[in-house]
Design a protein. Structure first.
Length: 101
């Protein structure tokens, strides 16, 4: 998987947004089935139940979509990512770019 979010708290947590210096914005997206097709829906928040783990897999499920890249990202690059949660507040992390294998 590409990324994993874990809610180790006792109450539901919501990811409200994210930002990075390498993109103009980050969209929170869910996969939604539309008949036989699967499409992406941008949402205002992603909920995590208490004790839940959310794995973000390439091409399906929930994802953070970087929009308006300010530079090309290559295999092996890394960049800062700031996540904004309803209860936990701001969480800073580092993302490693890896070519899908």
């Amino acid at each position: 998987y590409l990324a994993q979010l874990c809610n180790s708290g006792a109450r539901t947590e919501r990811l409200l947004g994210a930002s990075t210096p390498v993109a103009e914005r980050i969209l929170l997206q869910l996969s939604v089935r539309d008949g036989a097709l699967q499409r992406r829906q941008t949402v205002a928040a992603i909920e995590l139940a208490p004790g839940a783990e959310l794995r973000m897999l390439p091409g399906r499920g929930t994802r953070l979509q970087l929009a308006g890249l300010k530079r090309a990202l290559r295999d092996g690059d890394s960049f800062d990512l700031t996540l904004r949660f309803e209860n936990a507040g701001v969480v800073h992390t580092q993302v490693l770019v890896q070519q899908q294998r």
